[in-house]
Ligand binder design. Structure first.
Ligand code: FAD
Length: 487
């Protein structure tokens, strides 16, 4: 039993917004001292400020965490400001002698936390860090020479060979007993967008309960067809766990274990569980890469790609952001992103390829747009994936692999259902023309109420010309580059 005279342990929540399977919380519990849970909204300059859609998610996730803590007799203390200054104020006000946290592995957060730990330790405050966000912390999956892997498959094999899932812990029943300290009002933080409120179509249920539900829904429905359906934006075939994982509302190990537990029943094979957990390993791979190569969000991993002769046309960039490129699969995806704060993985690849290769717009501009619009915006995942598409990344898709947005649409949205959902002005076109309305005869367009250039844009660029231009640009980078069969 704890009393409020014992010095409390500060539990500094960051991207581990859950009570279950939370190593820092378990360690705080093990001290048998009162736990003072805290969240600090630190908008820099030490770390990149959170983007708009993610702020919406954070708002709801903090409210959910706060309610769970209140149900257990505690109170989530909210502070806004520079992290070290706020922690020091909390230490003064509460008499805490120890801070526990789950580490952030992005270089800026890592460096900031190291400085804070060093400074607090100098003042006699114990600071303890744990891994609560990844399957494996960076530095623990290394190649034979003791260095970081730069290729996914050997990383995946090494992680599988060495990692073991921790046992599930449901979290404490009682979080009472911490001293009262002042807390800010989340309503004053303005995390929910207003003027305009562009979040009305956002999907998902932020918080630990929402994460657990998303996982259990996926296990019941999506997992058994995951390998086939994960590339189909027209089907609800993936877990939609990414924002939950980003904000740490569920441990990746929980998702991993649940997938293998489900194998063998309800038509789920172990192969489907392998496929799904391979994606969780991609998540770790990106995080490890960013930790070891801190310039991943800003510089091409293969430096020669920073010689790319970008055109960076502002009008074309705006057309891409608004879903008005004239390529239906690209436009559907960009409108899905704006409306829901989410975009399916296959179409993330298509729109990124279109921006970089068809429009020759710097991947960093696309990365920044995604950062602001995605509820799951994550520095490691976003920069690694953008560099993957750009061909400049560590284990990247070759630059000369230029997605044809028409054939990609036909392959992964064969009935055009996804396009018609997000680009309703094309909803009367048949599957034969919905991915390339400019190829439809005039009478078909008339019957479908489509007037190109008026009700729906003409293509911003011609695919064959854009492809040739992209390959010519590659020659500037590498002095070579062979044409490759289209995907
Ligand atoms: P599922 O297919 O159910 O996969 C399960 C989990 O595995 C995901 O939740 C995610 O955590 C992880 N995962 C899946 N695909 C990938 C991948 N390609 N790389 C790394 N991890 C993966 N993901 C983000 O979480 N944040 C981002 O900012 C982000 N930016 C991206 C930018 C581009 C250009 C591209 C091509 C991909 C990006 N991704 C990003 C990866 C991927 O698109 C999303 O993780 C995935 O679409 C989330 O949907 P899901 O949870 O239903 O995935």
């Amino acid at each position: 039993m704890t009393t409020d005279r014992e010095p409390p342990v500060i539990l500094w929540f960051r991207r581990d917004l859950r009570l279950a399977d939370n190593p820092a919380l378990q360690a705080a519990q093990a001290t048998a001292r009162p736990i003072l849970p805290v969240y600090i909204l630190d908008d820099g300059p030490a770390v990149r400020p959170i983007g708009g859609a993610s702020r919406w998610w954070l708002d709801k996730s903090l409210r959910a965490l706060s309610a769970s803590i209140a149900e257990r007799g505690g109170r989530l203390v909210l502070r806004r400001g520079e992290s070290e200054a706020e922690l020091r104020r909390l230490i003064d006000q509460s008499g805490a002698t120890c801070v526990m946290l789950n580490r952030l592995f992005e270089p800026d957060g890592w460096a900031r936390d190291k400085d804070i730990a060093h400074a607090l330790k100098g003042d006699g405050i114990e600071v303890k860090g744990f891994n609560g966000t990844l399957l494996t912390p960076p530095g623990t999956v290394l190649n034979g020479a003791g260095g970081p892997y730069k290729v996914y498959t050997p990383f995946m094999k090494a992680l599988r060979a060495q990692a073991t899932a921790p046992a599930h812990t449901p979290g404490p029943r009682d979080l009472s007993g911490a001293p009262e300290v002042e807390s800010e009002d989340i309503n004053a933080w303005g995390l929910h967008p207003t003027r305009p409120d562009w979040s009305t179509g956002f999907l998902g249920e932020p918080g630990q309960a929402g994460a657990t539900k998303a996982l259990s829904d996926f296990l019941k429905t999506g997992l058994k067809t995951y390998a086939d359906d994960r590339d189909r934006p027209d089907r609800p075939g993936t877990s939609r766990l990414s924002p939950h994982l980003h904000f740490g509302e569920i441990s990746p190990w929980r998702a991993w274990t649940a997938a293998y537990d489900a194998a063998g029943s309800n038509g789920v094979s172990e192969g489907q569980a392998d496929k799904f957990t391979n994606e969780l390993i991609w998540r770790d791979f990106s995080a490890h890469l960013l930790h070891h190569f801190p310039t991943l969000p800003t510089d091409a991993f293969r430096p020669e790609y920073d010689r790319m002769p970008w055109i960076n046309d502002a009008v074309q960039f705006e057309a891409w952001t608004k879903g008005r490129t004239g390529y239906p699969i690209v436009d559907a995806a960009m409108r899905e992103l704006w409306t829901t704060g989410f975009m399916h993985n296959r179409v993330r690849m298509i729109v990124a390829s279109f921006l970089i290769k068809h429009l020759l717009i710097d991947w960093r501009k696309g990365e920044a747009w995604f950062w602001d619009c995605l509820m799951d915006a994550d520095l490691a995942q976003n920069s690694q994936n953008w560099q993957w598409v750009a061909g400049s990344g560590a284990d990247a898709s070759p630059y000369f692999r230029i997605f044809n947005p028409v054939t990609q649409g036909q392959k992964f949205d064969p009935d055009g259902a996804y396009v018609k959902r997000w680009v309703p002005e094309l909803k009367r076109l048949s599957p034969a023309f919905v991915h390339s309305p400019w190829t439809a005869p005039p009478e078909i367009l008339r019957a479908a109420d489509v007037t190109l250039g008026r009700t729906y844009p003409n293509p911003l660029v011609d695919h064959a010309e854009a492809r040739a231009r992209a390959l010519a640009a590659l020659k500037v980078v590498t002095g070579g580059g062979e044409a490759f069969p289209e995907d």
